[in-house]
Structures are given as structure tokens and as C-alpha cells.
Design a protein around this ligand. Structure first.
Ligand code: 13P
Length: 340
């Protein structure tokens, strides 16, 4: 294992003012996104949509890396340039969704464990040879009555650590993603408790599995009020709770924390990241690895019509720019007005 290279890639994913685009929606998820704009999820439409995103002029100013799905890693532009090559030419690093998705955890109703460990060494080696430099594995933690259980947290932490160790063995930087879902009526305090417990367990497993933390990134949820909680925390409360929770549970050796957006609106995800960076004085970079919060408004503007590509690209560029400003704590409402 070349730890120097792993550390360099991890750091190159979180430079000042840049973050990651998560465009690695699996077959079921991209179908759901396309359904919302009445576009059929065919191979050709998925390719066209991703080409529109990846060829957006200027996004390399704000985007350091893109997470791809297996199919996308193998696709090309209409002119025949493989997507990883197109991105590399813009100085953008390609990554790969390495897990095969969550499945019900036997004996624990309401909980899942993420699968994909069988044959993972061989799959990761192939992904690396196709141009990926980092991986992503998403574990899902549900909050509810009696949930999550210790077994639910342990099983997911164990799988994340085995994935991370395999990534480093083949030379990929593992992005470790334990997502505590925002769906539910729980309070922000409960989200903080669960997130802290899960993160501590994940870092304990990573240690047991001899994962080199300097060559990893964490992709967590923010600490939020549950979607159906009657009392919704303010932007400042979210920022304070998230930073406090991570200071207690994420080792300083980790170079960056790249948040998922998890169903927050695009603007709110930017505001939260901005407020955290305004607090400052954290040992890790606080950045983004948004899927919906970067793509939502763009997807809508595109609507499956090539004639809308340029308008959709402008919207994508704008969201990337706003999130870049949030990396410095310098995002303002005026920035949104400027784009309108
Ligand atoms: P969202 O930002 O839409 O949550 O997606 C990020 C992601 O990669 C989830 O695995």
C-alpha cells in the first residue's frame, strides 16, 4: 500500500473552495430521479444526463471529484471519450460507488446492512484500472422506536471497515459513509446521540482493520432535526451540534469531512455547510459531497431535453459556486439573487 499516494488523493479531494459531486445513483435511485421529471431511465438518457453534468464549463473551479456508478465509469461522451478521461482532463478525480446497496438485516426489523463485500477486491481492482481513484460505501442507519440497535450499528461499521481496508490495499481512497437518516420524528438531540455513537463505532472498527485514516474521507449526515419533528433546529443550531458531535468522534488525522445532503433542499444544505465553516477551528476540512443538493435544480431544468442543457449547466455551475463559497463561510443570500 502506498500511503503517500492515498494521502495525496484524499487531500486533493478537499482543497480550499472545492468539494465532490455525488453522481453515483444506482439503477433504482436514478429511475426515481428521472420519474420525478417524467424521463425514462434508459442507458442513453442516463449517459446524456451525466454528459451534460460533467461537461459543464468551469465546474472544475469548485468540484474536485465526482462519484460515479459502475455503468457511468464505463460510459463515454457522445464523441467517445470515457467519462473518467473527460473528468481527468479537467483536473477532476473519478470515484466509484463500491457497495451494492443496503439489504434487510436478518432478525432486526427496520434495519439494513450494506452489501457488496463478496468479490470486492476484484471489483475494486477493475474500477481502479478503469480510472477510479477513490471509492464510496454508504451504510444506512434508521432512527426510530428502539432503532438503531447495537447490532445494526456494529454490522454496518464492520462492513465499512472491511471495504475501507480493501480500498487501501488496491490503492483507492475509501470514502466512509455512515448515514443517519433524517426521516423520522426524532429531535436534533437524538440525531446527535445516534450520529456520535455510530461515528465512534466506525472509527473503532477502522482502527481494528488497520485503515490509515490520513488516506480516507468521512461522508456523514449533518446533525439535523428529524423531518417530522415538530421543532426544527435553526441553521446555527445544526452547525453547532454537527461540529460538536464530530469534534467528539472524528479523529484529527482524517483530512476531510464531506457531507451528504440527504434530502435537504439545495439552499439549506449550502446554508448549513456555510454556518459550520463560519464556526471554523476544526481539524478537518468541512466540505460537501452532495447528490441531490447539487443536482436537484439542474435535473429539473434539464427535463430530459437536450435543448435545455445550457440552462441546466448554468444552474449546476451556480450551485457548485455557492457551495464553494460555503467552504469559506462566505455564502450569502445575495449570491442566490445574483443568479436569478
Ligand atoms: P445526497 O446528497 O442526495 O444525500 O447523496 C449523496 C450520496 O452520495 C448518498 O450516498
Amino acid at each position: 500500500m502506498n500511503t503517500y499516494e492515498l494521502e495525496s488523493v484524499a487531500q486533493a479531494l478537499v482543497p480550499a473552495g472545492k468539494g465532490i459531486l455525488a453522481a453515483d445513483e444506482g439503477s433504482a435511485t436514478i429511475k426515481k430521479r428521472f420519474d420525478s421529471i417524467n424521463v425514462e431511465s434508459t442507458e442513453a438518457n442516463r449517459r446524456a444526463y451525466r454528459e451534460m453534468l460533467f461537461t459543464t464549463p468551469g465546474t472544475e473551479e469548485f468540484i474536485s471529484g465526482v462519484i460515479l456508478f459502475d455503468e457511468t465509469l464505463r460510459q463515454t461522451t457522445q464523441e467517445g471519450t470515457p467519462f473518467p478521461e473527460l473528468l481527468a482532463n479537467k483536473g477532476i478525480i473519478s470515484g466509484i460507488k463500491a457497495d451494492t446497496g443496503p439489504n434487510d438485516l436478518a432478525g432486526f426489523p427496520g434495519e439494513t446492512v450494506t452489501e457488496g463485500l463478496d468479490g470486492l477486491r476484484e471489483r475494486l481492482t477493475e474500477f481502479r484500472d478503469l480510472g477510479a481513484k477513490f471509492g464510496k460505501w454508504r451504510a444506512v442507519i434508521n432512527v426510530g422506536d428502539g432503532l438503531p440497535t447495537q447490532c445494526g450499528i456494529d454490522s454496518n461499521a464492520h462492513a465499512l471497515a472491511r471495504y475501507a481496508a480493501l480500498c487501501q490495499e488496491v490503492g483507492l481512497v475509501p470514502i466512509v459513509e455512515p448515514e443517519v437518516l433524517m426521516e423520522g420524528s426524532h429531535t436534533i438531540k437524538r440525531c446527535e446521540e445516534v450520529t456520535e455513537t455510530a461515528l465512534k463505532r466506525v472509527y473503532s472498527e477502522l482502527h481494528v482493520h488497520r485503515v490509515v485514516l490520513e488516506g480516507t474521507l468521512l461522508k456523514p449526515n449533518m446533525v439535523l432535526s428529524g423531518t417530522n419533528c415538530p421543532v426544527q433546529a435553526s441553521v446555527e443550531e445544526v452547525a453547532e451540534a454537527t461540529v460538536r458531535c464530530f469534534r467528539r468522534s472524528v479523529p484529527a488525522a482524517v483530512p476531510g469531512v464531506v457531507f451528504l445532503s440527504g434530502g435537504q433542499s439545495a439552499k439549506l444544505a449550502t446554508e448549513h455547510l456555510n454556518a459550520m465553516n463560519a464556526i471554523g477551528n476544526c481539524p478537518w476540512e468541512l466540505s460537501f459531497s452532495y447528490g441531490r443538493a447539487l443536482q436537484g435544480p439542474t435535473l429539473e431544468a434539464w427535463g430530459g431535453n437536450a435543448a435545455n442543457a445550457s440552462k441546466a449547466q448554468k444552474i449546476f455551475y451556480h450551485r457548485a459556486r455557492c457551495n464553494s463559497a460555503a467552504r469559506y463561510g462566505k455564502y450569502t443570500q445575495q449570491m442566490e439573487a445574483l443568479a436569478a
